[in-house]
Design a protein around this ligand. Structure first.
Ligand code: NAD
Length: 261
């Protein structure tokens, strides 16, 4: 179904993993998509794949921690397709380590990508969404770690909790302009971000990589399964195409039952 026909979406971090899956799902639902990523070549490649499949897409080089980069990238997407209707603020990284050995530089890098990135992309997109109150939807990629804590993830958990606050404030401020907001909270999804963490966590916890997967990552799910990028993309599409503010300011956990709130 073309539930996003005529809409333009900007998806950050869309050169890989979850963002890439969201971009394809949105394009299949009729949206024109801007693939915004630090990885210029990766973004261009995903946009090209979508165009080859008959969709509308443009690759945009964007470092979400840079105000000028974000403003330029969002403007570029709006110029390409007319305006901005949906923002999926998804770019993210992971740096694990115990608090007492976590460097301040890594802490700041994590807050900058996850929180500064969410703020800057939101502010730039609202310029278009607030125009004549045309409205839009902003979806932040949170995590089960928007609701739960895990050892070794102080910076990530702090940032992901913060996104819920931003989404709630935007739901209230944006309502008068027909803007809605949500946080989608995935469990573990097998992407490069998670593949990198498995050996790091095994070394930090002194257990095998298999134990990291079975105990740390999937031990509390109802079925021992990874969440799939498609599951997340489907959820983001549902929230992006929901027709009214009956649904706004929510966080939706998609985690095979790992987290139930
Ligand atoms: P990924 O590593 O596959 O993709 C992340 C993308 O973000 C990459 O293309 C990377 O180039 C881009 N990126 C990194 N820093 C950037 C910056 N400063 N500016 C612009 N782009 C930047 O990771 P993923 O697993 O698809 O993660 C996407 C989002 O989902 C992240 O916010 C992550 O925290 C969240 N998440 C992932 C999981 C999981 O298990 N994979 C679970 C919960 C939440």
């Amino acid at each position: 179904m073309n539930t996003l026909a005529g809409k333009t979406a900007v998806i950050t971090g869309a050169a890989s993993g979850i963002g890439r899956a969201v971009a394809f799902t949105f394009a299949n639902a009729g949206a024109a998509v801007a693939i915004a990523d630090l990885d210029r070549d990766g973004a261009a490649a995903v946009a090209e794949q979508i165009r080859r499949a008959g969709g509308r897409a443009v690759g945009v080089k964007m470092d979400v921690t840079s105000e000028t980069d974000v403003a330029r990238g969002i403007d570029q997407a709006a110029q390409a397709f007319g305006s901005i209707d949906v923002l999926v603020s998804n770019a993210g990284i992971q740096i694990v380590g115990p608090i007492d050995r976590y460097t301040f530089a890594d802490w700041k890098k994590m807050q900058s990508i996850h929180l500064d990135g969410a703020f800057l992309t939101t502010k730039a997109a609202l310029k278009y969404m607030y125009e004549a109150d045309r409205g839009g939807v902003v979806i932040y990629m949170g995590s089960v770690h928007s609701h739960e804590g895990s050892a070794l993830k102080s910076a990530y958990v702090t940032a992901k909790h913060g996104l819920i606050g931003l989404a709630r404030v935007l739901a209230k401020e944006g309502a008068a302009h027909n803007v809605r907001s949500h946080v989608v909270c995935p469990g573990f999804v097998k992407t490069p971000l998670v593949d990198k963490q498995i050996p790091e966590q095994a070394a930090a916890l002194g257990i095998s990589e298999q134990e990291v997967i079975e105990r740390v990552m999937l031990g509390d799910t109802v079925d021992g399964e990874f969440t799939d990028a498609q599951d997340i993309a489907r959820t983001v599409l549902f929230l992006a195409s929901f027709p009214s503010a009956a649904l706004t300011g929510q966080s939706l956990v998609v985690s095979h039952g790992w987290c139930m709130r």
